[in-house]
Design a protein around this ligand. Structure first.
Ligand code: ZN
Length: 420
């Protein structure tokens, strides 16, 4: 019998989430990869939203073994050396990151993730809603064209919204609208409190006034569409209204940046930044946590007060990462968070790429093609699309492709090892 605990490379069977914003099975990358990963069928009409690769209790990954079902979490806690001593010392005997694939069919809720201190408080007060005490910085790397709402627009842009979208003014009230128009960009200390007051007012508006405003907006845009080209944001809010009728998020979208990523571009989100993914497929990495504070575009629990008080109210477009070439086949995306980084690898047929040994754990996901994966032992592993593999710390991985191979690797941020 093979001793599983000695193998530095472990195949994983991963959990899938069928949230209702996912794409239907027939066109969902998550459904395709999960079916390949688990050897199961997918339902062509059911939504498939997220594939989870990691140790979070809400969606555990399992070691593929003939004998019994062991979670990656249990195996790591029995074999903590696979994390490497620096990771073990910093985060304990659990994987610090959670890796995902997302297939976004319709908008996710307008949300933010708490910092560590707020996460601890929320988990203590409402363990049913906030299931862990960890923060959740995250990074999204587009696999297809990918759209999101992310961060607040600038004060100048918000003033333009007030002039062109009367429904926003109606909801925040004349006094608040005047407050925004009177605030100067130069007056940096004032901008954030003003934005906070106005956004909180909007998000706390009564159900009736929101329904009125959204209906008015919709009627007006439908009329104006016949005589002029609607702006990008106007087209987006009409689309959001179809997905979430009479939801405050339709109006809140006017306050946020509409970000469009090309495949291979990435976006990262620190604690307390508002965002909502809108459409497309991506890989996503985050600290091991599922803490989400929601306030719009959702049938789920809303916590408007917490959301509005936690946000940083930073303004302006977010930074887009293009990635940095790590070698001819690998592009690396490094966010400013210790817990993770993502490598994207495109390997032409018949080529070999080496991922040097690193002092922390990695997870590999093959999305296209097949090949052989080697760890220095004579026996290689045949890998094909849908395969997910955990690699222990200090393991050099070499991969040779049988056909053009696409894979992603996520691991602890290299900067963490350099700094410590
Ligand atoms: Zn998020």
């Amino acid at each position: 019998m093979e001793d599983k605990s000695q193998n530095p490379l472990q195949r994983l069977q991963c959990s899938v989430m069928n949230y209702d914003w996912g794409l239907p099975g027939r066109i969902s990358e998550v459904a395709r990869l999960h079916a390949l990963n688990s050897g199961s069928q997918f339902d062509p009409e059911k939504p498939y939203a997220e594939l989870w690769m990691g140790t979070h209790d809400s969606g555990p990954s399992f070691l593929v073994s003939n004998h019994q079902r062991v979670t990656l979490k249990a195996w790591i806690s029995e074999n903590p050396h696979v994390l490497g001593h620096k990771v073990l010392h910093k985060w304990g005997s659990d994987l610090p990151f959670l890796f995902k694939v997302l297939s976004v069919g319709k908008a996710l809720s307008i949300q933010a993730h708490p910092d560590k201190e707020l996460a601890r408080t929320l988990h203590k007060l409402h363990p049913d809603l906030y299931k862990d005490a960890n923060h959740k910085p995250e990074m999204t790397l587009a696999m297809t064209d990918f759209e999101a709402l992310c961060g607040f627009i600038t004060l100048k842009e918000l003033k333009a919204v007030l002039y062109t979208v009367p429904e926003v003014g109606e909801l925040i009230g004349a006094a608040n609208a005047e407050l925004v128009l009177q605030t100067s960009d130069q007056d940096e200390e004032k901008v954030k409190p003003v934005l906070q007051a106005v956004f909180t007012h909007l998000m706390s508006a009564s159900k009736g006034s929101i329904t009125d405003a959204v209906n008015k907006l919709k009627g007006r845009l439908h009329k104006e569409r016949e005589v002029r080209q609607l702006t990008d944001k106007e087209q987006l809010v009409l689309q959001l209204e179809k997905q979430y009728p009479a939801d405050v998020g339709v109006i809140a979208a006017f306050f946020l940046n509409h970000v469009k990523l090309n495949p291979g571009e990435a976006l990262f989100l620190g604690a307390n930044e508002p965002h909502a993914y809108l459409s497309g497929a991506c890989v996503e990495c985050m600290a091991t946590s599922d803490n989400v504070v929601r306030a719009g575009l959702t049938p789920k629990h809303r916590d408007v007060r917490t959301l509005c008080s936690m946000l940083t109210y930073k303004q302006g477009s977010p930074e887009i990462l293009q990635g940095v070439p790590f070698n001819p086949y690998v592009t690396r995306y490094t966010p400013p968070f210790e817990e993770f980084e993502i490598d994207s690898c495109v390997l032409p047929q018949g080529e070999t790429v080496v991922f040097p040994a690193v002092p922390g754990p990695s997870i590999f996901l093959v999305t296209v093609g097949d090949g052989m994966m080697n760890t220095g032992t004579p026996k290689g592993h045949v890998v094909t699309e849908g395969d997910v593999l955990f690699a222990a710390a200090y393991t050099e991985i070499s991969i040779t492709s049988a056909s053009e191979l696409h894979l992603y690797r996520t691991g602890v941020n290299s900067n963490f090892f350099q700094a410590s």
